[in-house]
Design a protein. Structure first.
Lengths: 205, 205, 205
């Protein structure tokens, strides 16, 4: 098993995203079942799309543990009423989750013989789609349109991982390097508001 | 064939959800093609997601009858201008559809050897996702956020069915018991506004 | 290879839809990564859903060229700031893309032995779903609800193609006839505001 580190971090990634889904339900003042629903859809949504696209069996259908983790996280957030979880804490946890997940997604695709370019796409999708579905279902403006660097760190991450893996670097090291670089980009976006130039239509000039 | 009762009710479930999709198109004053589109997506949406997730061939792609039923229901609603279908009638039909569909979804998954915990998830998804997609596409607030008990009866239903089936009870009986219990929960929600406590953030206290 | 003409037009169809996705990102004043995201999701969204539903390997996962095309189109739109692309031009390009794509979708399904009725559904889905996802993610009212004839030309197109193919007409001819007829309906909708009667609730009379 080449990516033990990633496997170990996988559950942590799901749990982090599940927490962000549960906090969305909290913001909308829902009941505990809706907490679980949002936790699950945010936690496993990106990986589900990845598995469907690459034709792999959907991971959480094979291993009920992921849904159990999402359920427990949702109940915990509900019971503690989010106490002790500052918004900043969550933002940073989410940044870690984003980077880990982009690697997991790229690694799984690569191990199934998918074209490297598509592996980068899969890494980015795995990391971002759970949050996108969460926002659509909650009826809030998508993070997609927030002009924050969110997809970009995931792409950086997946690209670095795939490039390292292609160069023959051990996947544990490759994922370490990729997570570090992706995290720097995301951290820059959170801390120093790094962003890319927005499109300006011609008439603005 | 172990679940003849469910099979017989399957088309009825699709038709009921299709009617709720067509009525959404009516509310938005659309043309007949959009009626058919909404009827189809609401009628088969939940089961489609279930089949993709458990890796089964998508049911309505295998049997064109489901799309034909959705089309006929949509045309009927358009032509009769919803006359004779009181909102209350639809709400109760939808409640029956929800319970039947949760059973059908759980039973299909169980018969394909899916983990029982995941079968419950599949039952709930099958019953609720058509309506969720309908609301997203129509741009109306999702029933998810309405704080009504809607996912809960589907979960109760699927859980009871799976538990009975695990205990060796004949699937026809298991589905009868499950539909009855799920329906009571949904009926309580419609008739007596049963609901679960909403999340209150700490500062509310 | 029976549908060379369609294969040749396939990339053009993806590129056209990708351009419409990129222009949506332009309208929302996004950065270049979001341009690429919207271009890709609009360009390949409909075909992705089709492939998942008919159980075929997802086309762009098999051939990275499609994602490369979407990326290049997005960058081009970003760099030229949409200069030179009048809204009318795009509308007509989109009309061509819609018709080509409906044929491609129906032809692919038919070649895989799918039921003819379902092939029509697949043609319509392939042609329209990319745009529907684009609108949902951008948070703008869906073209579905605009009462414009948009799904209808796709259905006309796919129906004519499937009927011709069933009658034994060569697929190149069948697609030519289908694209022409579908295009006339769409052109009528754009140019002369052709539309179908909207639903009027009983109390309006």
């Amino acid at each position: 098993m080449q990516f033990t580190l990633l496997s170990a971090l996988d559950y942590a990634g799901v749990a982090t995203f599940a927490a962000s889904g549960a906090l969305m339900a909290a913001q909308k003042r829902q009941d505990v079942v809706t907490f679980i629903f949002f936790a699950a859809i945010t936690g496993v949504g990106g990986g589900t799309l990845r598995d469907l696209l690459i034709g792999a069996p959907v991971f959480w259908v094979q291993d009920a543990g992921y849904i159990v983790v999402c359920t427990l996280v949702a109940i915990l957030v509900y019971l503690t009423r989010g106490r002790g979880v500052h918004e900043q804490t969550l933002l940073w946890l989410d940044a870690v989750g984003l980077c880990v997940y982009a690697c997991v997604g790229a690694a799984k695709s690569l191990s199934l013989g998918v074209d490297p370019v598509i592996c980068v796409v899969m890494g980015a999708l795995t990391a971002t789609f759970g949050g996108i579905i969460r926002d659509v279902l909650a009826g809030v403006p998508s993070i997609l349109l927030s002009r924050e660097l969110y997809i970009t760190p995931a792409i950086v991450n997946a690209t670095v991982f795939v490039a390292c893996a292609m160069l023959g670097i051990d996947w544990t090291w490759a994922s370490g390097i990729a997570v570090a670089l992706g995290f720097i980009v995301r951290a820059g976006a959170i801390r120093w508001k790094w962003h890319m130039p927005a499109f300006r239509p011609p008439q603005d000039k």
